[in-house]
Design a protein around this ligand. Sequence first.
Ligand code: HEC
Length: 123
Amino acid sequence: MKRFSIALILVLSLFGGETNESEGAKIYTKHGCYGCHGIDAEGIAPYPKLAGKSAYYLRKRLQGYKKGTIHSGHANIMRPFAQSLSDQEIDILADYLEHLGQKKRSNEERYYQEYEVGDSSGS
Ligand code: HEC
């Protein structure tokens, strides 16, 4: 029974999108990423937007900062933060940030749809 529940927890954490999402938010907060990239990861110059970028790209960038193979303008700012992340944390963050953008977009679409429908000022 004990072995079964451990297996179940593993399966849930691998395939449960919900779990990864809150895990991603936790890591993002714990490491202070929001301090530069913003709470919803929308970015503000010179800190790039992260939300909605592909997980593949985000993972590649974070691994690059971590290994020291990126020498772009502000890479030295990112390096210590990337180095504080495990490979697993990078994977979780990349998925979390990719979906963060999608969720926000669909909320915005819904907002504009409701706004247009409800707008009776005629202007
Ligand atoms: C002290 C400010 C600061 C903090 C904190 C910070 N970053 Fe960054 N981040 C930057 C800057 C500046 C860049 C642009 C670096 C460059 O020129 O390549 C960047 C770039 C990135 C990129 C590449 C984005 C792109 O479009 O190429 C990713 C991904 C990223 N950060 C993720 C994170 C994550 C995840 C955390 C938390 C673990 C974090 N950052 C914390 C400043 C910060």
